[in-house]
Write a protein that binds this ligand. Structure first.
Ligand code: GSH
Length: 207
């Protein structure tokens, strides 16, 4: 199994956590998102993923992009240990939280948006801060069944999306300590081996 990814990509980090949590070995293929205009835009990668984004997982003779689709595939193929609650509502709640980040926050502050803002001479940092604060405030307010993790006592997709987003928040100088529940969950998650090993600083292409 090959994971095309980038050390600081939050969507890649989600997949790395899942692979670690499920004990699945993979080959780490770095795709530098900035160098020479971004390797994700080179032909060899764009042919694999026309969206020109990481992560991309090659597995079982297929290639999958979009971190949530990859998480779903891994969950179906390797259900044990699970990253989703069994109860229908709790499962939907975990996905609801994950989507607050995946579709409601991360796309508003991703590399493409930042590059477009900068090209226009607009304040990318302020825009990203506003998007992140709105997303994380909504996330905190939506947490209703948190325990050690976002939903109950073990990690779910909600944690896989939250933890990398908090790293991004700090990059944009957002004070994450203002969200009590989120901060407590982060402390526990970062101590978990699957999360710790997936941390950007631990990746072979870290700078
Ligand atoms: N919805 C996608 C988002 C992927 C995404 O935004 N990837 C970023 C890195 S986190 C990327 O490759 N950006 C390259 C670019 O914007 O040129 C997913 O969940 O996989």
């Amino acid at each position: 199994m090959k994971l095309y990814n980038y050390w600081r990509s939050s969507s890649s980090w989600r997949v790395r956590i899942a692979l670690n949590f499920k004990g699945l070995d993979y080959e780490y293929i770095p795709v530098h998102l900035v160098k020479d205009g971004g390797e994700q835009r080179l032909d060899w990668f764009a042919q694999k993923n026309p969206a020109k984004q990481v992560p991309l997982l090659e597995v079982d003779g297929i290639a999958l992009s979009q971190s949530m689709a990859i998480l779903d595939y891994l969950e179906q193929r390797h259900p044990d240990p699970t990253l989703l609650p069994e109860d229908a509502y709790m499962r939907a709640h975990a996905i609801q939280l994950a989507e607050i980040i995946n579709s409601g926050t991360q796309p508003l502050q991703n590399l493409l948006v930042i590059q477009k803002f900068k090209a226009q001479g607009w304040d990318a940092k302020l825009w990203c801060q506003e998007a992140i604060i709105a997303g994380l405030a909504a996330f905190e307010a939506t947490l209703e069944h948190n325990g050690d993790f976002c939903v109950g006592q073990s990690p779910t997709w909600a944690d896989l999306c939250l933890i990398p987003q908090l790293y991004n928040a700090r990059r944009f100088e957002v004070d994450v300590s203002q969200w009590e529940k989120i901060s407590a969950i982060e402390e526990r998650a970062l101590a978990h081996p699957a999360f710790a090993a997936a941390h950007p600083d631990k990746q072979p292409d870290a700078q």
